[in-house]
Design a protein around this ligand. Structure first.
Ligand code: ARG
Length: 600
């Protein structure tokens, strides 16, 4: 199953080769002038330069050869040597019929050699409330997971639960001071209570208070540091308390992620890498990579002579080795954030042996990953190029700063979804949608509209840019929004139901009207959009395709009646096109992590 751009690329390549030109130069792209052509190749310009030939003449000879190709309706040379290609209606119809029949992939191609890929995303932490960085990571990571799987890779989505750092020491300190958990604080081997001494609400209340207190109260901070080190060293009571806090937090988070349509194959945490720590430290010591640094132990990752400008606390700017060393063991003897990331690479290698690990984490952690990746390659834990940090911009509030709730607090995923669902209900009522549906179904639709609005808003922006949170705009049924796309999909579903009622059967596609041509070309373009989104790890290219498809369908639907088309063959053809659009639209939305309701 090959898309037209690829097929034509091969045809132009063969014509290039016959003219003695490198076929690799024959790149075919969608036309810049859809009024004149469907596709174009600008390769003759570069080729002529290499051959010291006249580009227009070369393009003319290539065009002459292509004229015999019956898949092309016209081949023309324009300007200094562009080759404009118009696809024959029959070839376009055949391709659309093929896309319509491809239930599994809606016309998209698979990767030539599937890989094992781990996608590390969301990264929520025990007790710490999630912030917008976690939200974006969850949305983008979920989409990439589906995209990679769709193209044939074997993919593991891993939440990489933050359960091993300083926040655990802070919580142990806070729980100790609050009382009621004495059984866990005693020295000794237990047994310890099987009932958690803290609830999710307790943790959500205790953590921010403890984090604030640690900033002002050095005693408390030292106790928390010590507790972190003792926990990691294996103190049984702390481990038992840790397990409760871990489990309570995790089940709360799993509920929230489920509401957002985000699921993980692995709920591994930083702590899961702990058993690998002694062996890793020993290895880093043996290889001489782990060195003393002011009481701590670090791995130097800067390359000789490599410097970067760095701003010091007093505001002065100095040249410093870059990136700074990776802190492996703190002076208190604790494993750090980077240590667990390094050990997690080893853990994943043992369990999965992935070809690629993608880290979908806030751009602000770029340096952290640079340190970890370099250390991993130096130590031989990963191959160069097999670890990728996919950073992203922030979701900002109207003030241009990272989004906060009205109360000024960090956002709780649950509250965000509730807020969005309320807004979706309001919008559906205004638009008189779903009014006659049973309440449970209406609620389900509102939830789907809400999630579609949030996810599409995020994924319609390029991953690397920041955007402003504007629920009113995200939730509109008009424009480039999730609700608009759901509405279009639902409209097609209702058309298909009517067709079934009226006994209209689908049949082979025939192309006549310009709107049919445009729709068929758009269906064909999905494969390229998916491949490009995959190569660049940029889900917004799929959002763009989905929007373009919905718009093309709208124009088609306005210009080309389906159920009351003049003859049966046209009705059947247009029904096939409509069904193909629905399949592809639902597929594209699914790749964005968005579910489509049956009706509205
Ligand atoms: N828990 C981290 C945070 O909240 C994100 C984890 C990202 N993944 C990773 N492998 N470090 O910042």
């Amino acid at each position: 199953m090959t898309d037209l751009r690829t097929v034509l690329g091969e045809a132009v390549g063969a014509a290039f080769a016959a003219e003695g030109v490198d076929p690799a130069l024959a790149r075919v792209t969608a036309s810049d002038r859809p009024d004149l052509a469907d596709f174009q190749s600008n390769g003759a310009l570069a080729a002529a330069k290499a051959l010291k030939a006249n580009p227009r003449e070369l393009a003319g000879r290539v065009a002459e050869r292509l004229k015999a190709d019956e898949r092309l309706a016209s081949v023309e040379v324009a300007g200094p040597g562009f080759i404009n290609l118009k696809v024959a209606d029959a070839a376009l119809a055949a391709r659309a019929t093929e896309v319509a029949a491809d239930a599994a992939h809606a016309g998209a191609s698979l990767v030539a050699s599937p890989r094992k890929v781990v996608i590390d995303y969301a990264g929520p932490n025990v007790a710490k409330p999630m912030h917008v960085g976690h939200l974006r990571s969850s949305i983008i990571g979920e989409s990439l997971k589906r995209l990679f799987r769709f193209r044939g890779d074997t993919v593991w989505g891993d939440a990489h639960f933050g359960d091993w750092g300083f926040q655990m020491g802070l919580l142990i300190g806070a729980v100790a001071d609050e009382g009621g958990a004495d059984a866990f604080l005693a020295d000794g081997d237990g047994p310890f209570p099987t009932e958690s001494p803290v609830t999710l609400e307790d943790l959500e209340r205790l953590y921010p208070a403890a984090a604030a207190r640690a900033k002002e109260d050095p005693d408390f901070r030292d106790r928390a540091r010590k507790a972190t080190a003792e926990l990691q060293a294996g103190r049984p009571g702390y481990r038992a308390l840790w397990r409760h806090m871990h489990d309570v937090s995790m089940s709360g988070l799993q509920r929230e992620f489920a509401a957002l349509g985000v699921t993980f194959d692995l709920w591994n945490g930083e702590s899961d890498a702990d058993p690998l720590m002694p062996e890793m430290i020993a290895h880093l010591e043996e290889t001489g990579l782990l060195v003393e640094d002011d009481g701590a132990r670090v791995v130097h990752v800067a390359r000789p002579g490599e410097t970067r400008k760095r701003k010091l606390a007093d505001g002065s700017v100095v040249e410093a080795p870059s990136p700074p060393p990776l802190l492996v063991i703190s002076s208190e003897g604790s494993a750090m954030y980077g240590t667990t990331d390094l050990a997690t690479i080893l853990d994943r290698r043992k369990a999965i042996d992935p070809d690629l690990i993608l880290y979908v984490v806030d751009e602000r952690q770029a340096e952290h990953f640079e340190q970890v990746f370099r250390a991993a390659c130096l130590a031989g834990y990963a191959d160069e190029g097999s670890l990728e940090h996919l950073g992203f911009g922030t979701m900002n509030g109207p003030d241009g700063k990272p989004f906060k709730t009205r109360a000024g607090g960090v956002l709780k995923l649950h509250d965000l979804i509730t807020m969005a669902t309320d807004k979706a209900r309001e919008r559906l009522r205004e638009a008189k949608l779903g009014a006659d549906l049973p309440e449970a179904e209406f609620d389900d639709i509102a939830r789907k509209v809400a999630v579609a609005a949030l996810k599409f808003a995020d994924l319609s922006n390029s991953r690397t840019t920041s955007y402003v949170f504007d629920l009113d705009r995200f939730m509109s049924f008009e424009g480039k929004t999730g609700p608009y796309l759901l509405y279009q999909a639902v409209r097609i579903k209702s058309l298909l139901r009517k067709a079934a009622d009226q006994g209209v059967a689908a049949g082979p596609v025939a192309i006549g009207e310009p709107a049919e041509r445009d729709l068929a070309l758009t269906l064909d373009a999905f494969s390229q959009a998916v491949a490009e989104a995959y190569d660049k790890r940029m889900p917004h290219l799929i959002s763009e395709h989905a929007y373009r498809l919905a718009q093309s369908f709208s124009k088609f639907y306005a210009a080309c009646p389906v159920l009351v088309a003049p003859d049966e063959a046209t009705r059947s053809s247009r029904l096939t096109l409509s069904r193909a659009v629905l399949d592809q639209l639902e597929r594209a939305l699914d790749l964005l992590g968005i579910d489509t309701p049956e009706q509205m």
